[in-house]
Design a binder for this molecule. Structure first.
Ligand SMILES: Cc1cc2nc3c(=O)[nH]c(=O)nc-3n(C[C@H](O)[C@H](O)[C@H](O)COP(=O)(O)OP(=O)(O)OC[C@H]3O[C@@H](n4cnc5c(N)ncnc54)[C@H](O)[C@@H]3O)c2cc1C
Length: 269
């Protein structure tokens, strides 16, 4: 099914964008990791959001999400792995499936430490290195694989691999890993310990914007946008922490509003 607008990321920027797409009467789908995995969820107290004093991060996120739901935004839990524009539409992959829309708002937040690539990762991508258990898991049935997980959802993907008959070695928030092999993955070393494996699943909550959207213009690592929150790619808008500082909720909500309006107008032609 095609939407008018897809929003990637269900934090303050993405929810504000979705609300404003709905205010223009357009259909919008928000694709995001679970709300409880948003970095703000852990904040004990947020006291600089106008009109919403004294809330925890979790309380604030629940309020913003409910507002989006009540406005008629649709939601899909999942991790966006790639995006491609073909003809008049964007095709966005969520695990092994696709969603499509005329316009997209990227609101994926700031890329934190887990976004850094490990040595060997790029060279062996597609030759034993995978970012999606549900897409590539069957290739490793009956074999030993490593799952480098950075969230609770990653544990679910590790369970999926176990369920289809993989021998799974789970690494929780690993640092300093090296993936080795001549033509294909042969081993992974994390924290100085080497394990022989046939595959390595790297399940990060997010990918760098330039990887999700090849050709996307960046400015010092953040998505470059104009005052309409347009990027250099047709029908792609961005908002919130992914466009740069200040990395704060009110700025994310404001940018989300502009991006949502711009995306709705673009989708309307
Ligand atoms: C502990 C803590 C306390 C904070 N306290 C304050 C405060 O008091 N006041 C304040 O103003 N700011 C505070 N901040 C900053 C604030 O949380 C951010 O500025 C704000 O959340 C940015 O909103 P955003 O929507 O741009 O990104 P985020 O809130 O980071 O939301 C992005 C969402 O997109 C998801 N996502 C990313 N990539 C993908 C993908 N490929 N597929 C699917 N989903 C994806 C992420 O998992 C995340 O849920 C705090 C941050 C932290 C971590």
């Amino acid at each position: 099914m095609s939407y008018d607008v897809l929003v990637i990321g269900g934090g303050p920027a993405g929810l504000s964008a979705a609300l404003n797409v709905r205010a223009r009467g357009k259909r919008v789908l928000v694709i995001s990791n679970p709300l409880e995995e948003n970095p703000l969820w852990r904040a004990e107290l947020v006291d600089n959001c106008l009109g919403l004093p004294g809330l925890s991060g979790a309380e604030l996120l629940r309020i913003l999400r409910r507002h989006g739901e009540e406005a008629g935004a649709e939601f899909r839990e999942g991790r966006v792995l790639s995006a491609l524009r073909s003809g008049e539409e964007w095709y966005v992959s969520v695990g092994p499936e696709m969603e499509r829309a005329g316009a997209v708002v990227l609101a994926s937040g700031a890329l934190r430490g887990a976004g850094k690539k490990f040595p060997g990762e790029e060279a062996l991508l597609g030759r034993g290195v995978s970012y999606c258990a549900t897409c590539d898991g069957m290739l490793y049935r009956g074999r030993r694989v490593a799952v480098l997980g950075f969230s609770a959802s990653a544990q679910k993907e590790a369970e999926f691999l176990r369920g289809i008959g993989c021998e799974v070695l789970w690494f929780d928030h690993p640092r300093d890993c090296v993936i080795s092999g001549r033509d294909r993955v042969e081993s992974v070393t994390c924290g100085g310990v080497t394990e022989e494996v046939a595959g390595v699943f790297l399940l990060r909550p997010s990918a760098a914007p330039g990887e999700l959207f090849p050709g996307l213009a960046l400015d010092r690592g953040f998505v470059a946008v104009d005052r309409r929150m347009s990027t250099n790619l047709p029908g792609l808008f961005a908002a919130g922490d992914c466009t740069g500082g200040p990395l704060q909720i009110s700025k994310a909500i404001g940018e989300g509003q502009v991006a949502g309006q711009s995306a709705a107008a673009f989708a309307a032609g």
